[in-house]
Design a protein around this ligand. Structure first.
Ligand code: MG
Length: 380
């Protein structure tokens, strides 16, 4: 019997009117029912996935759709961020065209963040839009990247080529997390902790659950389902009121921790850190920068470090990227609005954030301090 945690219908005032998001254990095998509820059962499902996920779930999806008499084709890309390219998107568009996909068909993006972003992008451009179903397979994709309608590929820069395109349906099945590698499971907590930093009640709850959550076990699926639900609801609510990131107190706050994160990812060639790990380090930096600017309480910096560490996340950078490269990428962050300042989401205390334009010269000095080995650091 399926354990259901969430069945949410959200209106978003862009492209598609309604996004249905379901968090349910074993939802994958109920896919035909969810498609029928969206009136998609008569179309052909073009399942975009990667080589890793296809091995794990290809058979289950095939037999589930076969049994329901739903026509499908599985389109596979090589796994990894380096394959999130415009060329790969073009190959999928050609495959859709070769199979005569029409607007009564659909794209199902089955995978982690890379597959979700690229599959969503393909769905948004083919025939000016095919119905899109997101089936995220990682914790990070379930709590964050599958929600909100951002799609894209890394062309001209990370996520530089893309669109806002809402899925019709998002299905998060916590049971699928049990096939993840421990490190990939754990990185998802980077985004979870970010949501908690924006909501004091959630923070307190998460603080009390770190030990049990780190114990990556099927016994914790119920707790995980509730955790995912909480993140989805928080994000969906903000996206509903600020779908295109116009409100300074809205969607932009989800960028907390992401400014240094993007710099570390870019300077490290996207191979050293997983996204959630880089978010965690970026949250610690934002808090220390905030403290330097007199915005963040020191007690918050320490408490956040404690939370992130107890979730198994890194809070300092120990990679090989050059300081100059990191600074350059931070100064070029796509959220910046002029050439002399960098836009940061900075914490005041738990649940309270402020968006600030910080002069680049200040950012530079603080990044250098942050990255210096602890012994010679002047941060106290
Ligand atoms: Mg993120």
């Amino acid at each position: 019997v399926a354990e259901s945690y969430l069945d949410l219908t959200t209106s978003v005032e862009i492209t598609n009117p309604v996004v249905r998001t379901v968090v349910e254990k074993d939802a994958l095998v109920s896919l035909p029912r969810f498609l029928a509820e969206q009136n998609l059962q008569n179309g052909k499902a073009f399942i975009i996935t990667d080589s890793t996920v296809a091995k794990l779930y290809g058979e289950t999806v095939s037999s589930t759709l076969d049994r329901a008499g739903i026509d499908y084709e599985i389109l596979i890309m090589p796994a990894g961020e380096t394959n999130k390219t415009l060329e790969q998107a073009a190959r999928f568009v050609e495959q859709l065209a070769d199979s005569d996909a029409t607007s009564s068909d659909m794209v199902i993006a089955l995978g982690g963040g890379v597959v979700g972003d690229l599959g969503g992008f393909v769905a948004s451009i083919y025939n000016r839009g095919l119905p899109l179903v997101q089936i995220p397979t990682t914790l990070l994709a379930m709590v964050d990247s599958s929600i909100g309608g951002k799609t894209g590929v890394d062309h001209g820069g990370k996520n530089k080529t893309g669109s806002f395109y809402q899925p019709r349906l998002v299905i998060a099945d916590p049971a699928m997390l049990m096939t993840l590698e421990k490190r990939v499971y754990t990185e998802g907590f980077g985004e979870v902790a970010k949501y908690a930093a924006l909501d004091a009640d959630f923070w307190l709850e998460l603080e009390s659950q770190t030990t049990i959550l780190r114990n990556f076990s099927v016994d914790n699926l119920g707790l995980l389902g509730k955790l995912i639900t909480r993140c989805v609801q928080q994000k969906s609510k903000v996206i509903k009121s600020d779908p295109n990131e116009q409100d300074p107190a809205g969607r932009i706050l989800f960028n907390y921790g992401h400014t240094l994160c993007h710099g570390l990812e870019a300077a490290g060639g996207y191979s050293e850190l997983l996204h959630g790990e880089a978010v965690s380090i970026g949250m610690n930096f934002a808090a220390q920068l905030g403290e330097h600017l007199g915005i963040t309480k020191h007690s918050f910096v320490e408490r956040q470090t404690e939370l992130l560490t107890s979730l198994g996340l890194p809070v300092t950078y120990r990679g090989n990227a050059q300081l100059g490269d990191i600074e350059m990428h931070v100064a070029k962050d796509k959220k910046n609005i002029d050439a002399h300042t960098t836009r940061f989401v900075l914490p005041q205390t738990i649940g309270q954030m402020t968006v600030q334009q910080v002069p680049n010269r200040v950012v530079k000095v603080e990044i250098a301090k942050f990255l210096a080995p602890k012994a010679s650091s002047e941060i106290s």
